[in-house]
Design a protein around this ligand. Structure first.
Ligand SMILES: Nc1nc2c(c(CN[C@H]3C=C[C@H](O)[C@@H]3O)cn2[C@@H]2O[C@H](COP(=O)(O)O)[C@@H](O)[C@H]2O)c(=O)[nH]1
Length: 358
């Protein structure tokens, strides 16, 4: 298995990204003139957004420092970085050729619907992400109004199944339908029914997009409470920003000046890959739960640690890689590489948690 993973370590792609790091300054001083106050208000908005994403990094780091079941092994990180530093693996977005793309607002609508439903495939052993991406693409090719906001609010479970051409109930089907309704309703109420309007209102900031999504759509508020601390993941909101960036190749709806702010997407595949690479170490109890394919409850210490330690580990990998290679490396790029390695390894055993977030 480890050999399988290592052999897929080197993958090439032609994608590249623009990088600009935003400063996160937040200070107040009394007695400012109106103009200065206005300026400051503007700054505060940017800072509040930046803070929301910084919270994913900071809260994950807190979990990694206080963890009981999962450890981030720095020597494991060094070994992986040593192997890949000369030629950092890059995987092209949609390397599978399964996503809808027409270079316009309908693609944005498609990706938003996709990431609304992008969670928990494993309870049906024959179902995976590809079925969702392809099924939604086919649905849109057959009927380009399938994802109009009014239609999204009306889907029933059996209709969604039919749309995806899936012969039996989907995992967490009721939740999937509820989330579609929520998205349709809020898009109609606040964004003229169009996810493209939501994206346009973010001024090319992925961080702002994630903030706006979590503010408007409760189903995207991916967080947990761990040892009394609130921990943020925002997996589906972040992956939507990354999908836009990947699909539109950093242009148009996919142009973000702060794509480097996005963290990896804490799902159930990447933690398993990191463990196989020796970057994450599990306690013997946790390892045997995963090996036995037993379920891990949502919000348990084990689940939060698996996700948060993955975010922390990928951040550390990225930092070390950037230093060693002299190039800026993005977490989204490392994520896609690690994920693609994982899904090409059918024997990979991952943790199983019933969750609407990933
Ligand atoms: N970290 C991370 N997790 C990702 C993805 C993607 C798909 N990204 C697309 C974007 C461009 C590419 O070309 C990909 O097609 C899905 N997932 C998660 O995996 C799990 C599904 O696994 P399985 O049941 O085996 O299909 C589930 O939690 C799902 O949410 C990713 O990129 N990164």
């Amino acid at each position: 298995m480890v050999e399988d993973l290592k052999s897929t370590i080197r993958t090439e792609t032609n994608r590249s990204g623009k990088l600009r790091i935003k400063e996160n300054k937040w200070f107040t001083k009394p007695g400012l003139f109106k103009q200065q106050i206005d300026k400051k208000k503007k700054k505060k908005t940017v800072s509040a957004n930046a803070a929301a994403m910084e919270e994913v990094r900071q809260s994950s780091a807190w979990v990694a420092r206080n963890s009981s079941h999962v450890t981030v092994d720095s020597s494991g990180i060094e070994k992986v970085v040593e192997k890949i530093k000369e030629s950092i693996p890059k995987v092209e977005w949609d390397y599978e050729g399964i996503h809808y793309f027409d270079n316009g607002p309908l693609t944005v609508q498609y990706l938003f619907v996709l990431d609304t439903l992008n969670f928990c495939f494993w309870p049906d052993k024959d179902l995976n992400y590809d079925h969702l991406a392809k099924g939604l693409k086919e649905a849109l090719l057959n009927d380009n109004s399938a994802f109009d906001a009014d239609r999204l609010q009306k889907y029933t479970g059996p209709q969604l199944r039919e749309l995806l051409k899936w012969p039996r109930p989907l995992p967490l089907e009721e939740e999937r339908v509820r989330l579609l309704h929520e998205v349709g309703f809020e898009l109609e109420r606040s964004f003229e029914g169009m996810a493209s309007k939501l994206v346009e209102s973010c001024g090319k900031s992925a961080v702002k997009l994630v903030s706006l999504i979590t503010r408007h759509f409760p189903g995207f508020r991916d967080h947990s409470v761990y040892k009394g601390h609130q921990v943020f993941f925002y997996k589906r909101a972040q992956i939507f920003a990354s999908d836009l960036w990947g699909a539109f190749k950093g242009q148009g709806y996919g142009e973000f000046n702060d794509i480097s702010s996005i963290t990896m997407f804490a799902d159930y595949i990447v933690p398993a890959v990191l463990q196989q690479l020796g970057v994450l170490k599990y306690s013997s109890t946790l390892a045997s739960i995963i090996e036995a394919s037993s379920e891990i409850g949502a919000g348990t210490e084990e689940e939060v640690e698996l996700r948060a330690c993955s975010i922390y580990a990928v951040e550390k990998m990225r930092e070390l890689l950037s230093i060693k290679s002299g190039k800026q490396v993005l977490s989204v790029e490392l994520d896609l590489w690690l994920w693609s390695v994982g899904v090409q390894c059918p024997s990979l055993q991952h943790h199983r948690t019933l969750s609407i977030y990933y």
